[in-house]
Design a protein around this ligand. Structure first.
Ligand code: SAH
Ligand code: DHB
Ligand code: MG
Length: 251
């Protein structure tokens, strides 16, 4: 298996399951024309996020890391007419391209783009009382992922869905001694997902036109509500083995 085959299968998926989408093609063309890096989610991944947001019945979505707004548009399309995506972008140039893309796509009314470092904007969202958010997509600077996860919990509610992009990075996440700030941030993100009692989480590896990477997926609950998650991360292997009734009756 190689990246050409992963890409060819992505093309097949797009051909069979994604309708011809001139609006999103225009977004990618505008991003490229403006010199933005092509680090948006892929089309099948964008639709995956869109479907997750619909499954969650999301009316308020928070996105951290807009770039040209490709993923933002997929998410905005999952909303009812009175829904909103609040999307945070530090780079003014990226934000300007995204704003034009939202207007062209006819979605500007459903998208609230905030320019500035996300760690500065997030407290203002809390002060405005704009949440709670039903769905939160974390896709900005990876070293800050632990902080973004803490904010996602703070701005969410029981049942909120949290998705993190780029949690595998061609296996780089495996290296406990990595000095790369992004890798360290993602590993710390995993540690928090594992240890936070209000979260139930997994991660799914992906291959495709964007190489080998993955999404983390978590649902927020009340403290201690995730009874199927009692044995995580630091549990010994014997603790993890299910007992009678699949461990349902164990305390
Ligand atoms: N979600 C987009 C891709 C985002 S790429 C998509 O799939 O279409 C990551 C973005 O995060 C970049 O545009 C980068 O400028 C932005 N970013 C980096 N650091 C940031 C920060 N501290 N606060 C907000 N945005 C940041
Ligand atoms: C890259 C990809 C991403 O999806 C992202 O959010 C940031 C960086 C990359 O390939 O460098
Ligand atoms: Mg990403």
């Amino acid at each position: 298996m190689n990246e050409d085959e992963w890409s060819a299968v992505d093309d097949y998926i797009v051909d069979r399951l994604l309708v011809r989408d001139d609006a999103l093609k225009a977004v990618l063309a505008a991003n490229a024309a403006a010199g933005l890096p092509g680090i948006d989610v892929s089309p099948p991944q964008g639709k995956f996020l869109h479907l997750l947001a619909r499954i969650a019945g999301a009316r308020k979505i928070l996105e951290i890391g807009t770039l040209g707004g490709y993923s933002t548009i997929w998410l905005a399309r999952a909303l009812p007419a009175d829904g909103v995506v609040v999307t945070l972008e530090a780079d003014r140039r990226h934000a300007a391209v995204a704003r034009a893309n939202f207007l062209r796509a006819g979605l500007a009314a459903r998208i609230d783009l905030r320019v500035g470092p996300a760690l500065e904007t997030l407290p203002t969202l809390e002060a405005e009382g704009i949440g709670p958010f039903d769905f939160i997509f974390i896709d900005a600077d990876k070293p800050n992922n632990p902080h973004y996860l803490a904010w996602a919990i703070r701005l969410g509610r029981p049942g909120s869905v949290i998705v993190g992009d780029n949690v595998v990075r061609e296996g780089a996440v495996l290296d406990p001694d990595s000095t790369a700030p992004g890798v360290r941030g993602v590993r710390r993100f995993f540690d928090l997902l594992a240890s936070e009692p209000r979260l139930s989480a997994t991660a799914i590896q992906t291959v495709g036109a964007k190489g080998w990477d993955g999404f983390a997926l978590a649902v927020l609950g009340e403290d201690g509500s995730h009874r199927f998650d009692r044995h995580r991360g630091d549990a010994s292997p014997s603790d993890r083995r299910p007992g009678p009734l699949g461990g349902l009756l164990r305390r």
